[in-house]
Structure formats: C-alpha cells, structure tokens
Design a protein around this ligand. Structure first.
Ligand SMILES: Cc1ncc(C[n+]2csc(CCOP(=O)(O)OP(=O)(O)O)c2C)c(N)n1
Ligand code: SF4
Length: 272
C-alpha cells in the first residue's frame, strides 16, 4: 500500500459518535484502506452519505463528502457523476435508507448502471431512530416496531440490485474483514453500478432487543448465521430463512450510464 489510509481520515473530528461495538467505523475504515490500496487521490474521491447512524461516516473523512436527504443519495450522485466522471464515488447508505425510502433510487441507479460504489452497512434495523425494523430486518426479529416478532418477511437487496441491472453485487459481513476490503476494491474497479452489502452489528438496538449479547457475541452470531452463496443455494427454503448468504452475486461489464450517454445518445466519445 503506497498511500496511508489515514490521509483520507479527518482525525480532528474524532472521536466518532457511534456506540461502542457499532460496526459502521470498521466498514468506513475498510473503505478507506481499499481506497489507499487503489491509490485514489484525495481530491478525486467523494463519499455521499444518507441519513442515519451510517450517514455520519462522512463526518470523519477528509475527501469530498456530503450528506443528502434520507434515501436520496443515489439521485444526487447520478447527477454528480455525469458532471464529474473523473470522481470515484462511494455511497454509504443504511439498510433503512436504501431499502425503504430510497428503494426507487437504488433500482434506477442500478438500471442506469451509474458508475458508483454503493456500500450498504446492513445493521438489520433503523439505528438512529431507535431500532425500528427495515425491509432488510429478518422476519420474526424483535424490534421497537415488532415487539412480538416481525410479521413481514425480509427482502434480498442484493438480488434486487442484480435484477435491476447492477454490474457488480456482493455481500459480506463485518466478521470477514479481509473479504470486505477485497469486495470494495473489486466493486470500485468495476465501472458501473456496484453494490456491496455488509452485515454488521447494532448492539444498542437489534442486539439488545433480540438478546444477542454484547458486540463481540453479535459478531459471532453474524459469523454463524452466514454461509457461502453456493452452500446457501443448496439449503432448503426453511434453512435459508435462518441464514444470510455471502459472496459475489454478479460481476459483469456493461457500459455505465456516462459512457452510454455520450456514445449512444449524443454520438460523441465519452470523456471519462
Ligand atoms: C425524509 C425523512 N424521513 C425520515 C427520517 C427519519 N430517519 C432518520 S434516520 C432514519 C433511519 C436510519 O436507519 P438506517 O438507514 O438503517 O441507518 P442506521 O441509522 O441504522 O445506520 C430515519 C427513518 C428522515 N431523517 N428523513
Ligand atoms: S444505534 Fe446502532 S447503528 Fe447507531 S451508532 Fe449505535 S450501534 Fe451503531
């Protein structure tokens, strides 16, 4: 690694506000380490954040950054990328932010194949507002809005993004840190829409409501709940409901929105 990842870090804004044991900082650090390995210059990187605990990630970076309105990050970066194709754009969006209020933007960013890396720290609930369930919260979970168990089934955001047209989709967990960094690098180097979901603990709400113990125990729980994609596909539906798959779902190389726009719609060479 020729760049020290700390050049991307706004050290003067530390300590961070996340609870002890929260995974958001680990995911952010891995994102910055992967940027350092790719030697992305500070001035060529943008972190766009949604609203939520995860949305505070932008406070701690020393690169271009902004916090958009809840669920709308991908709409903003679609425009930014068209105006500034030279930027490497990362989006940090909580599971609530991108799978509920922002789901339309996610589908269309994937369909348009906007060249951004969407990182989804999936802590299985709305952390910032007090542990309500999101569309990604597993069925039967106890949350502040499902005191006797979530009646709704959850959804698979990765499969949705893949179906909508994303070039790269993967899921990993906070336990698999080496793999996480590898996925971030693959996602960033793959031009077009990339999504990496990272399953991560919120010990303050999801962990407490579901009696999963402290942060350490939650990480063990995440590890035990996760199986590689090929094994998951061999499981019964009942067994699948008790597990998360992890791995790479899609890796393809369709032209991104910017390239298509300049090459096909305007008959000009793309500048990126
Ligand atoms: C338009 C709008 N609706 C609702 C809210 C309230 N709100 C703030 S954060 C949040 C959910 C955050 O959950 P998530 O996206 O999962 O991120 P986390 O806090 O878990 O990291 C909500 C509903 C808001 N800020 N703006
Ligand atoms: S409430 Fe949950 S998601 Fe928010 S900072 Fe605390 S542990 Fe992290």
């Amino acid at each position: 690694m020729s760049i020290d990842y700390s050049v991307y870090l706004a050290k003067e804004r530390l300590p961070h506000l996340w609870c002890p044991g929260c995974g958001h900082g680990i995911i952010l650090k891995n994102m910055l380490i992967s940027m350092a390995e790719m030697e992305i210059p500070r001035e060529k990187a943008l972190l766009a954040c949604g609203i939520g605990c995860s949305g505070r990630a932008g406070d701690y970076v020393n690169i271009h950054r902004f916090q958009g309105t809840h669920g709308r990050t991908l709409a903003y970066v679609t425009g930014i990328k068209m105006a500034h194709p030279e930027l490497k754009i990362f989006c940090f969006m909580g599971d609530g932010d991108c799978s509920a209020i922002g789901i339309g933007h996610l589908i269309h960013a994937a369909r348009r194949n906007v060249d951004v890396t969407a990182i989804v720290p999936n802590n299985l609930n709305y952390g910032m507002t007090g542990g309500q369930f999101s569309p990604l919260t597993p069925g039967e979970s106890l949350t502040s809005t499902s005191r006797s168990g979530k009646a709704e089934p959850d959804m698979d955001l990765c499969r949705l993004a893949a179906e909508a047209g994303a070039n790269y989709v993967a899921r990993t967990t906070i336990y698999h840190v080496v793999e996480m960094k590898k996925r971030f690098i693959e996602a960033t180097n793959n031009k077009g829409f990339s999504l990496v979901e990272v399953i991560t603990p919120c010990p303050t709400y999801y962990g407490r409501y579901n009696q999963l113990g402290n942060a350490h125990k939650m990480i063990e729980w995440i590890k035990d709940k996760t199986v590689p994609l090929h094994k998951y596909e061999e499981m019964s539906v009942k067994n699948q409901e008790q597990h998360f798959w992890r791995g790479k779902l899609v890796e393809k190389h369709k032209p991104d929105l910017y390239t298509r726009y300049w090459q096909h719609e305007r008959g000009m060479d793309h500048r990126a």
